[in-house]
Ligand binder design. Structure first.
Ligand code: NCD
Ligand code: ZN
Length: 346
């Protein structure tokens, strides 16, 4: 008899579903595991208005396999031209649940993001007033700052002043990777939370270089040293409600990763909850997986916890080498290697 794990159905509080043929290739992986997901708006062009978010939501729903109850929770991409009025519309929409802040130039499709936070103070004030969470890509873009320090310096330079100016604004520091972020969020108020990816739980920066340069482990924020991974794993498995699941699953075509200028992003949606189970098991904290994956996120977003269940079992399977991504292919995390846990469906 294999070991089974029966949990409240989880949600993914940070995912990139892309659009068009790529969307059609990836969305079922997320929908098989998660009841809901916060969908990132960094399309080309970005999703900046409620009308665009609602169109995108319809495209996602139309791409789902029949019979899934998956709900995409939409976000707006904050630009220096976003009118405060859009925040009121977002709050009233019932389809948009957060606004995403990308420092311009920080990551994939962030060029329309914010250069100077002072230029969006009016919008942030409206978000504070309407109680719409701000999701932060928390890295500075200052080229003088070492890439491994960008998260820590973002906290000092931007997050601390932001909290002081907008104490009522709900903030999610996305995909945290450092002990600094863990300590900052742990010590913070209840309206500050953080998402944690599974690749940052399972990998440290050595994974970029084992057996040669591995572009499939290149993501932003970049993988950090082991002490940071250990701190992030401790936070995820601690039961602290400030921390919850956000895969940051970010598919790119193989040729765009294996390139002279490879894109940032790791695809994990094909095995997301199974890989989180591995990380929690390694920490001896499988009993904490449900709270992290299924309770803390909805509690923070003030949404009901899911009523459905998800069943996992300790049954190893081998991840395919690659899978179709539109008319290209994508190399998923653990390609050709074993994942210890499997979904039990039907
Ligand atoms: C994301 C993407 O590809 O859209 N890439 C990544 O490395 N995480 C963007 C992001 O979330 O930074
Ligand atoms: Zn992301």
């Amino acid at each position: 008899m294999s070991t089974r794990l029966d949990i409240c159905r989880p949600d993914d509080w940070h995912v990139h579903l892309r659009d068009d043929a790529t969307l059609a290739s990836v969305v079922a992986d997320t929908a098989r595991r998660f009841a809901r997901a916060i969908v990132m708006p960094n399309l080309k062009p970005p999703v900046t208005t409620v009308a665009q978010a609602e169109d995108y939501r319809r495209r996602i729903l139309a791409s789902l396999p029949p019979g899934t109850g998956f709900q995409p929770l939409m976000t707006l991409y904050l630009t220096e031209a976003t009118p405060a009025e859009e925040i009121r519309r977002a709050k009233a929409s019932g389809t948009v649940f957060a606004v995403k802040y990308y420092p311009a130039g920080a990551t994939t499709n962030s060029q329309d993001g914010v250069r100077d936070l002072a230029r969006v103070y009016g919008v942030l004030e409206a978000m504070e007033q309407h109680d719409l969470p701000l999701l932060l890509h928390g890295e500075v873009t200052d080229p003088g700052i070492d890439i491994f320090d960008r998260e820590r310096v973002f906290i000092e330079r931007h997050l601390v002043p932001l909290q002081a100016r907008f104490p009522g604004l709900r903030l999610v520091l996305e995909h945290i990777t450092t002990r600094d972020a863990v300590e900052f969020v742990s010590a913070g108020p209840a309206n500050l939370a953080a998402t944690i990816t599974v690749h940052h739980l399972l990998l440290n920066r050595n994974a970029l270089f084992v057996g040669g340069l591995n572009p499939h482990h290149y993501c932003l924020p970049i993988l950090k040293r082991e002490t940071h991974r250990a701190a992030v794993l401790q936070a995820a498995t601690s039961g602290n409600p400030h921390f919850f699941l956000g895969t940051d699953s970010a598919p790119h075509p193989r040729h765009a990763k294996e390139s002279a200028c490879g894109c940032a992003g790791v695809y994990t949606a094909h095995a997301a909850i199974e890989l989180y189970a591995e990380a929690f098991e390694q920490a001896g904290k499988l009993d904490q997986l449900e709270a992290f994956a299924s309770f803390h996120g909805p509690d923070f977003y003030r949404l009901p916890r899911n009523r459905e269940r998800l069943l996992l079992e300790k049954r190893p399977w081998t991840v395919p080498t690659e899978f179709a991504l539109g008319d290209a292919t994508c190399v998923p995390m653990r390609a050709d290697k074993i994942v210890a846990w499997s979904l039990v469906e039907g």
